[in-house]
Design a protein around this ligand. Structure first.
Ligand code: C2E
Ligand code: CA
Ligand code: CA
Length: 567
């Protein structure tokens, strides 16, 4: 075969072109024609007995080396032809990157090795560029931990889908895993990562080709699905089993989700991120305030969002106008009806009507404004104690609530101690209620907070005890004075066995650790008696008194006592 310098020139040009832009199939075809190549294979797995794309099996009958490249004859059925294999060796392993099959009749002597080598270089360049592009594409479009698509990919896919599918047929769903931190708490962070990977893979199988999934990070995902498939997907999401984790063998976690759904309005095209924001807002409410597994972004939700914006804008002026005041709820020793304390609970009195904590506490908490409120209520509580003392009353210990956001407030212990000092009070007439913490990351801070306040002589009470996962293990390490049994357990008394078992074990441990126990939310005698039987003597609840204002609380200080719980 006569090969011209022209061909070599052409090849060199092609290599240059390939480093700048894509080569067409036709470019390659022409060169193959000139080189006598009838078939070209590259970027495929080769074996010695290689399998052709059309499934013929070629058997190598002889091979020989030409300048580091293997040239071999292979037998294909009746015919014998010439092939050239380009390979490199690494760690004694052969990596073939291209393979050329020559036209029948081409002989070894006919081959222009220089041109063939150039051609092989060109193929290698194309291949590595393609792989590089693939890798880049993967890293830009997929989540690093799980390898499933990320939001960049989902946005593109959404655009692509809406070209053929009407927007109103597609639901955009934001997912958050329910109680996922439980996996981290029980099995540790590494198991958490493993669980996320396993969950992500399963999640990908829930959607069809014309639907999509992505991971946003943490335990957050987004789905784009056809409306008609919602029920099926929801069923699958309701219970996903995660098991066989290397870092937690033998444990199976059953994971369900919070879902926030954005529906499209007919005839109104909206950008992807607008819908994602809607779905996220709905999901936030699903797991936060509403505690409902599925929440749609609708008019009701828009109103809830505008309400919380309103609260935020009203907050500072309300502090200045002293609209936040403490109400006081009695704590009673059920054995003799004696008033043993008060809990100060915040009320917002705005233009003559009440706004209750469940309407504003979560909003303030989320926006980190709550420490300011807590300090305001604490000051007002100290002021009330001062007044009662001046009026000559014997004032029992009064507790005040502090949100966990205070764990991150600098010198919070100093501020609290200064306020107590300013009102001329002794620290032991006050108690700080803080809710039980479950996050690993908060645990250290919680201990630190408690240690600092205790050093200042202030009592600590652990609120809503029993609602976190790690309660019973935590209690040993937390140096609190009081444990408040959560209302949700008291609610189910006297009959619920699980509540009884839990309450009994809390009382047991508290006794051993010399902590005092109080039950909250006692509404009737049956509950009170059940608690007494189990050894919890103190209670707070509507059975005795609702939270009342300063004047009504003064009357409670005056009156002799509540009615003892009959045995
Ligand atoms: P909490 O600290 O668990 O307070 C107990 C809540 O249960 C109070 O609701 C109280 O009125 C209510 N409660 C008491 N006895 C009964 C009963 O027998 N039955 C029923 N159904 N409920 C009863 P409230 O005052 O609406 O406060 C709700 C939550 O808001 C509080 O829960 C607390 O977490 C938070 N909160 C209130 N004031 C403050 C504050 O000044 N700072 C902070 N950070 N949180 C506060
Ligand atoms: Ca409380
Ligand atoms: Ca509570």
């Amino acid at each position: 075969m006569q090969l011209s310098n022209e061909l070599i020139n052409d090849l060199q040009h092609m290599i240059e072109k390939a480093s700048r832009e894509r080569l067409s199939r036709d470019d390659l075809k022409t060169v193959c024609e000139h080189l006598g190549i009838s078939k070209l294979y590259y970027d495929v797995d080769f074996e010695d007995d290689f399998r052709f794309r059309d499934n013929r099996v070629g058997k190598v009958v002889a091979d020989e080396e030409i300048e580091g490249n293997k040239i071999m004859l292979y037998k294909d059925g009746q015919q014998t032809g010439l092939c050239l294999k380009y390979a490199y060796f690494f760690d004694d392993k052969e990596y073939v990157h291209s393979y050329q099959e020559f036209k029948i009749g081409v002989k070894k002597e006919d081959l222009d090795l220089e041109a063939l080598k150039l051609f092989a270089d060109l193929l290698y360049l194309l291949m590595s560029r393609r792989n590089m592009r693939k890798m880049l594409d993967i890293s830009q479009n997929s989540d690093a931990l799980t390898g499933i698509p990320n939001v960049v990919f989902l946005q593109k896919k959404y655009k692509e889908l809406t070209r053929t599918i009407p927007e109103e047929d597609l639901l955009l769903i934001r997912l958050n895993l329910q109680n996922f931190r439980y996996v981290n708490d029980v099995a540790g962070g590494r198991a958490g990562d493993e669980a996320i990977i396993q969950y992500s893979r399963k999640l990908c199988t829930f959607v069809a080709d014309d639907e999509a999934v992505c991971r946003l990070g943490g335990d957050n995902y987004v789905l784009v699905i056809r409306k008609k498939n919602l029920e099926a997907v929801q069923r699958k999401l309701g219970s996903v089993l995660i098991s066989n984790l290397k870092s937690a063998p033998g444990v199976t976690f059953n994971i369900s989700t919070w879902m926030g759904i954005s529906e499209a309005v007919k005839g109104r095209r909206r950008p992807f991120f607008e819908r994602l924001n809607e779905a996220s807002a709905a999901c936030e409410l699903a797991k936060g305030k509403l505690k409902k597994p599925v929440v749609y972004f609708d008019d009701e939700l828009v109103e809830a969002i505008s309400k919380s914006r309103k609260i935020l804008s009203m907050f500072r002026p309300a502090i200045q106008k002293r609209e936040f005041v403490p109400f006081f709820q009695a704590k009673v020793d059920m054995r003799n009806g004696e008033l043993v304390g008060f809990e100060a609970l915040c009320r917002w009195i705005h233009e003559g009507h009440f706004i209750y904590p469940d309407q504003f506490i979560p909003v303030l908490d989320k926006n980190s404004l709550i420490p300011e409120l807590d300090i305001t209520i604490f000051k007002a509580t100290c002021s009330a104690i001062r007044q009662w003392k001046n009026m000559g009353y014997d004032v029992p210990v009064i507790s005040s609530n502090f949100s966990k956001k205070n764990l991150y407030v600098m010198d919070i212990d100093e501020r609290i101690a200064d306020i107590i000092d300013d009102f001329g009070l002794s620290p032991d007439c006050l108690e700080i209620e803080i809710t039980e913490s479950v996050k690993d990351t908060e645990y250290e801070q919680l201990m630190d907070f408690i240690r600092k306040l205790k050093n200042k002589g202030i009592r600590i009470s652990i609120d809503d005890f029993g609602t976190g996962y790690s309660s019973l293990s935590l209690i040993h390490n937390i140096n609190a004075d009081v444990i408040k049994i959560d209302r949700s357990f008291v609610d189910k008394l006297p009959d619920d066995r699980r509540s009884r078992i839990l309450i009994e074990s809390i009382i047991n441990i508290a006794d051993r650790l010399h902590m005092s126990v109080i039950a909250e939310g006692v509404e009737n005698e049956k509950q009170g008696r059940a608690l007494l039987e189990m050894g919890c003597n103190k209670a707070q609840g509507y059975y005795y008194s609702k939270p009342v204002d300063f004047e009504a609380a003064t009357k409670l200080l005056e009156s002799t006592a509540f009615r003892p719980m009959s045995e």
